[in-house]
Design a binder for this molecule. Structure first.
Ligand SMILES: [Fe+2]
Ligand SMILES: [Fe+2]
Length: 231
């Protein structure tokens, strides 16, 4: 089986000026098949935007008054965190599998004990379960994809692609984990603020504990990214 090390990177155009000039000449000789530029595509988007179709909404029970304002935002963000914590748990499961991978895919796994990754993974799962319970307690539905959950999924959709790619090394996957932890930290910051503001003191305390965990996760991932010895 071929490994990444056997492939030649042919993307450095300036290392091969003659081939780059040939490529530029070819591009000049084949003009785009359609007219226009970015302005036209923005105009097309504006047509769709004027339809005013939202990316999603909060689920509601028939006959029950809809939650609005910051209380609705709280449910929306709870849904976002719930989906994101589930996704982060899956990311750590992927990273743990990379930790066990043979060389060269396992490169970098000696930087951290497997047990530490399993511990973080278990904390992510606990965060997910905490949000599940909080959502039920507040009368929401933990299975619902809220608008913010939808957007967060799109923002982070590249992360599992990196971790699950059989060609990426353990060390390379750490960049994806760092992005996930940065997003998790910001997500908990919002939830702690909203919970306290809306008078959910107990939840605010539990969310703060989860955020404390996330700060430790972030510190671990930052340190690992900084400790890598090669590309
Ligand atoms: Fe988490
Ligand atoms: Fe985390």
């Amino acid at each position: 089986m071929k490994t990444t090390n056997e492939h030649t990177n042919r993307t450095a155009a300036s290392f091969h000026p003659r081939a780059a000039a040939d490529q530029a000449a070819f591009a000049q000789s084949t003009p785009p098949s359609s007219e226009g530029n970015g302005t036209e595509s923005a105009q097309v988007r504006q047509i769709y935007e004027s339809d005013g179709i939202a990316i999603g909404s909060l689920p509601s029970i028939e006959g029950k008054k809809r939650t609005t304002g910051r209380a609705a935002l709280f449910i929306d963000r709870l849904g976002e965190r719930l989906a994101s914590e589930r996704a982060t748990t899956r990311l750590y499961e992927g990273l743990i599998s990379k930790h066990r991978a043979p060389m060269p895919i396992g490169i970098g796994s000696d930087l951290v004990e497997l047990g530490r990754l399993e511990e973080i993974c278990a904390e992510e799962y606990r965060h997910f379960m905490l949000l599940n319970e909080a959502m039920v307690e507040l009368g929401g539905d933990p299975t619902a994809i809220t608008p913010s959950a939808n957007i967060a999924a799109v923002i982070c959709e590249g992360l599992p692609k990196v971790v699950q790619d059989p060609r990426t090394t353990f060390g390379q996957c750490l960049d994806a984990m760092l992005v996930a932890e940065l997003a998790d930290n910001e997500g908990w910051a919002v939830l702690v603020t909203l919970a306290a503001e809306l008078g959910h003191e107990e939840l605010a305390g539990q969310f703060q504990e989860a955020w404390d965990n996330e700060q430790e996760h972030l510190a671990t991932m930052r340190e690992l990214v900084l400790s890598r010895e090669g590309p």
